[in-house]
Design a protein around this ligand. Structure first.
Ligand SMILES: Cc1cc2nc3c(=O)[nH]c(=O)nc-3n(C[C@H](O)[C@H](O)[C@H](O)COP(=O)(O)O)c2cc1C
Length: 190
């Protein structure tokens, strides 16, 4: 028996992505974003409230980085989604995390996060559905500890977590249960 839940932004899982930008004085700002992700081989889309400090920063500098947080930094990741750089001038400092300048884009790389996409802003879209930023991925930085023997990112070593839009929980990612383009392949032959 189905029950109507109305209009809700319900997809699952939603990512926990951290956008890092520079403030006008060169200090770092980071925000937590669930409504975004890849939209092409070399592109990401960010759905943002235009009033966020992050939105102002990435428009001014034309760049940002997008990181995946790991479980040891869940507290800091959530904090980045509560506090705003518009009001809290020492937001990043308070997190206790560290950042270095990206070698490729005018944005900071948070050193504690295991995987970071370095991105250039290519388009800012103002639509009736909200403000959207398209970013070109110019490089991906991975902490060596999350790479397998072949140099590929191993999700188990990434130790990431996801966002649940139904009850606002964070969930650790569980066991591997299949292989894409393989688990369902038998049905193709039927
Ligand atoms: C789990 C979570 C997901 C969020 N997802 C988004 C999002 O997709 N888009 C958005 O504009 N704000 C999102 N936010 C809110 C921002 O992270 C928050 O308003 C933050 O304070 C903005 O920081 P800033 O003003 O320093 O840029 C999210 C917050 C949390 C906790």
């Amino acid at each position: 028996m189905f029950k109507d839940l109305g209009v809700q932004p319900y997809t699952f899982p939603m990512p926990v992505l951290l956008i890092a930008t520079y403030n006008e004085d060169g200090s770092v700002d980071v925000m937590n974003m669930a409504w975004g992700g890849v939209c092409a081989e070399n592109m990401v889309a960010l759905n943002l409230d235009e009033d966020h400090k992050t939105s102002r920063n990435l428009k001014a500098r034309g760049a940002f980085t997008l990181s995946i947080a790991d479980l040891p930094h869940i507290r800091e990741a959530d904090f980045f989604g509560i506090a705003t750089g518009n009001k809290m001038k020492d937001k990043f400092e308070r997190s206790g995390l560290h950042a270095q300048k990206s070698a490729r884009v005018d944005a900071p790389v948070v050193e504690e996060f295991p995987l970071t996409l370095e991105c250039k802003v290519v388009e800012c879209q103002h639509t009736v559905y909200g403000f959207r930023v398209l970013g070109e991925i110019v490089n991906v930085l991975a902490d060596e500890k999350v790479l397998d023997e072949k140099g590929k990112v191993d999700p188990a070593r990434l130790n990431a977590f996801v966002f649940d839009p139904f009850r606002s929980g964070y969930y650790a990612i569980g066991e591997k249960v299949g292989q894409a383009w393989h688990t369902g392949a038998e049905l193709v032959k039927k």
